[in-house]
Design a protein around this ligand. Sequence first.
Ligand SMILES: NC(=O)c1ccc[n+]([C@@H]2O[C@H](COP(=O)([O-])OP(=O)(O)OC[C@H]3O[C@@H](n4cnc5c(N)ncnc54)[C@H](OP(=O)(O)O)[C@@H]3O)[C@@H](O)[C@H]2O)c1
Length: 248
Amino acid sequence: MSAATARESPRRVLVTGASRGIGRAAMRALAQAGYQAVGLARQVPGDAAAGEQFLACDLTDAQATRTLLDALLREGPFYGLVNNAGMAHATSLAETSVQEMDEAMALNVNAALVCMQALMPGMVQARAGRVVNISSRAALGKPLRTTYSASKAALIGMSRTWALELAPHQITVNAIAPGPVDTGLFWAASPPDAAQTRALMDAVPLQRVGAPAEIAHAIAFLLHPLSGYITGQILHIDGGLTISATRL
Ligand SMILES: NC(=O)c1ccc[n+]([C@@H]2O[C@H](COP(=O)([O-])OP(=O)(O)OC[C@H]3O[C@@H](n4cnc5c(N)ncnc54)[C@H](OP(=O)(O)O)[C@@H]3O)[C@@H](O)[C@H]2O)c1
């Protein structure tokens, strides 16, 4: 099913963290599926294709984000929201500061809340909407990821709560929990030569990192109109990492 017909304008989907990595791949996949993909990030890539619109926004600035979203919403409602922007500290429990926890929560959790609250009235009025929150396998626990695992677990809790609150309005909310994916964020926090990274790779049954396009494909699937009976779910996309212990 196309996201638009000749008579309708394309459905709009907001993607946060759209300038690179998984968000950039999601923009491409959604534009190719016929959506108008609107991407936010601090930097604006110079290679926007048809169906892609990029806008500069620091999502940790809640007021600036609300102001930008209000302006976008004056052009009409959004059908979908992909809360993808994220950051990771790689610090031990002993090293982790409260300031780092605040930084992680500001982007990984609060920005998602601000975007959801802004887009929700239009989805409620339309009695249609799709929300996909990008969490992480680290929500299950991961060494050296106190702030990251806490914020990604928070996103899962919020997804399930939003799914319940928004179900009466036919708005679905799901989370994707990727394992290692070939992006700058992953390699910065997991250097290829580090023992922990090598152990992680050995534990992935499919024996490789994921591609951003493979996560984008699942985002597009959950946004599809026919995915309307899926809500409150956590989709692990991790090469089998979450079942890897059962091999032993
Ligand atoms: N890669 C993995 O292995 C992996 C695994 C599990 C979960 N995830 C999750 O997947 C999501 C995407 O990760 P990725 O690997 O694609 O990361 P990435 O390549 O580092 O991309 C992160 C995106 O977030 C944007 N961003 C960062 N800080 C921002 C801010 N303050 N305001 C606005 N945008 C901001 C970045 O753009 P600018 O720098 O231009 O602002 C960029 O577009 C994240 O939520 C991450 O936690 C990734």
